[in-house]
Design a protein around this ligand. Sequence first.
Ligand code: PMV
Length: 333
Amino acid sequence: MTQSSSNSPRLSDDAATVTATAHPNIALVKYWGKASEARNIPAVGSLSLTLDGLATTTRVAAAGEDRFELNGNADAGMGQRAFAFLDQYWPGRPALDIVSDNNFPTAAGLASSASGFAALTLAVDTLLDGGRDRESLAQCAGSGSGSAARSLFGGVVRLDPPTQADGDIRVRQLAEASDFPLELVIAVTSAVRKPIGSTEAMRATAATSPYFDAWVRDQSQDLAAAEQAVAARDFDALAAVTEKSCMKMHAVMLGNDPWLLYWNAATVACIHEVRVLRASGLGVCFTIDAGPQLKAVCLPGDADRVADTLEGVDGVTDVLRASLGRGAFLHTP
Ligand code: PMV
């Protein structure tokens, strides 16, 4: 295969097709708001768990023209977003055939954009012989979707707040999956695509929510508390800051004009169930993203009880389970 011009990204000699998998990640200290929308730089730092089980697998190959398929169907909207992202980092790239599959609901608040952009970045960088290190891959993926930067790393991951100096993002692993073996129980309460995407919702809240500035100002305290809890493997401390960060993020949205609410009745019912379970002594807390699914973070010994309880909640259509997993990886040909 040939390159399209002398300065264009070069196709790797040994890779006609490259396949990469990335797992979604779930933030315990949330990212909400952008310091720069043009560069997609988060306004705040965040801390997340990379999951196993749930996955996006993406295959890329050079082709006669750009084509993007998601979950077995041509997807023009997602394709446009993906190719605009690729043009930014690989100007002059060859046309690409991209086939991506999620083994979980897409764009429903289950972080499919995080795993999607992480897998795409790793696959395309490998195909085009980019040879970027993980940090740089995280920078790239993060400009496609802020949370995607975190899916390049496994276990417990921290994304630093942007620095004044360059505004670049920095991501690092705080603990290997095996060092702090938490489990996730995800109560799916609707698999419908969310009515308003996170970028649009972030823009709206920054413009109209009176709580947005306070959210940004307070974030470093939450990040520090969560990092300390992870270092000490202190589940109770982590649970407290996790729920606090989640509720504050959704409070910013409730303060939007007009108000914005991603939850449904089953989401709220699950919150109450988690509270009852924790009061009875179980190691469990909840978090919720830009969608109506509730993610229960559990100590391993308590995850079965949590799953049994959430399965019985009215309006819960499915319960997914995950442990902590690895960062984005390549398939060997
Ligand atoms: O990565 P984005 O642009 O889809 O934003 C994700 C934001 C939340 O999922 C709501 C929070 C987070 O930190 O993942």
